[in-house]
Ligand binder design. Structure first.
Ligand SMILES: [Zn+2]
Length: 344
């Protein structure tokens, strides 16, 4: 039985993960609940597109994590940021033949949503999530009852806690479970009873945003080409047309900080001594990285440029992370781990 669940999760993950407009590099995560209170969830830093029925996910005791969040007492003085991660890691269930890894740091919020969960960094959702008008636009595109909007909070414990409170409050007030959750400056979560209905709902949410803004389709595919051993150049339309020397610096990316994954996968590549992204005078965008890492940077850069470009074309106001929010991400130990895993 459990093997079927792993196949189901891998199928769901690769379906979503192979679309660079939905998921870039190690971003996004998926989960399926099964058995007696267990949940298979993407492992931290792994890529959704690379998940198989025996690699790229972990099994955790979802019931225990859910109950842990029911017991949270914010007045207790507990360092929940640390404690919650430890608790989740202590509730990993070993399965023979499954590679040992850390669960996604976003595992807690999966534990109190519906049976199947897809969390993506969809560029369409992020047009809403990264603009100041996003919440009110979402109310025009979607039925109020269907979704909740989560104002930006630090990822990790705080985000899961805020989502739990918002979901509980909504269910109590309306009796309707919010299947769609928009997270400001981050992405979207959808949850459903089955994998096929969850994929369909994720598709529908994105389709509605595309239709509302009449966005030209298809999404221009990111792509890279080998130049030398350890060096690749961008051949994707978005990066080659939208990225130039004026943007190819840490200051630009830091100023227009849209979401945590941009800081982890792009900004850090600029901050490193041996810079991984180079823009030459003849406008070639070069990645000094392995093929896998270069394609991850290309996908992330393309999505980032797309979201910024569309927000500007739609004459919306871009919403960016403040210094405190950025400092939290830059200093996050968990992200160091995630970056290492995703880079391979
Ligand atoms: Zn995320």
């Amino acid at each position: 039985m459990s093997l079927e669940v792993f196949k189901e999760l891998a199928g769901l993950s690769t379906t979503i993960g192979k679309q660079p407009d939905f998921v870039q590099s190690g971003g996004g995560n998926t989960s399926v609940k099964f058995g007696n209170g267990l949940m298979a969830i993407k492992a931290s830093g792994c890529r959704l597109s690379e998940m198989t029925a025996d690699k790229g996910f972990v099994v955790i005791n979802q019931q225990a994590v859910k109950e842990y969040f029911d017991r949270v007492d914010m007045s207790s003085g507990t360092d929940y940021e640390k404690d919650a991660v430890e608790f989740v890691n202590n509730n990993i269930v070993d399965f023979p033949g499954i590679a040992k890894m850390r669960p996604s740091v976003e595992a807690p919020f999966h534990s109190f949503l519906k049976c199947v969960v897809i969390h993506s960094h969809s560029v369409y959702a992020n047009i809403l999530c990264c603009s100041s008008e996003g919440e009110s636009l979402a109310s025009r595109i979607f039925e109020e009852e269907l979704f909740i909007w989560i104002p930006y909070v630090n990822p990790g414990f705080t985000l899961s806690w805020v989502i739990k409170k918002a979901v509980d409050e909504r269910v109590e007030k309306t009796g309707v479970f919010p299947k769609v959750i928009f997270m400001q400056n981050h992405g979207v979560i959808v949850s459903e009873d089955t994998s096929s209905s969850c994929i369909a709902l994720h598709e529908e949410v994105n389709r509605k945003i595309i239709d509302f803004f009449q966005l030209p389709m298809p999404y221009p595919a990111p792509s890279i080409q080998k130049v030398n051993e350890g060096q690749y150049k961008s051949t994707g339309e978005l990066v080659t047309s939208l990225f130039d020397m004026s943007k190819a610096n840490y200051e630009y990316l830091d100023h227009y900080a849209l979401y945590p994954d941009q800081l982890v996968y792009l900004n850090k590549s600029f901050a490193l001594k041996d810079r991984k992204i180079l823009v030459e005078v003849n406008k070639e965008v070069l990645y000094n990285a392995s093929e896998r890492e270069a394609s991850g940077i290309e996908d992330t850069l393309a999505a980032y440029l797309y979201v910024l470009d569309i927000i500007s074309k739609l004459k919306l106001n871009v919403s960016v992370l403040n210094d405190e929010q950025k400092a939290f991400i830059y200093g996050w130990e968990i992200e160091q781990y995630r970056l290492k895993q995703a880079g391979g």
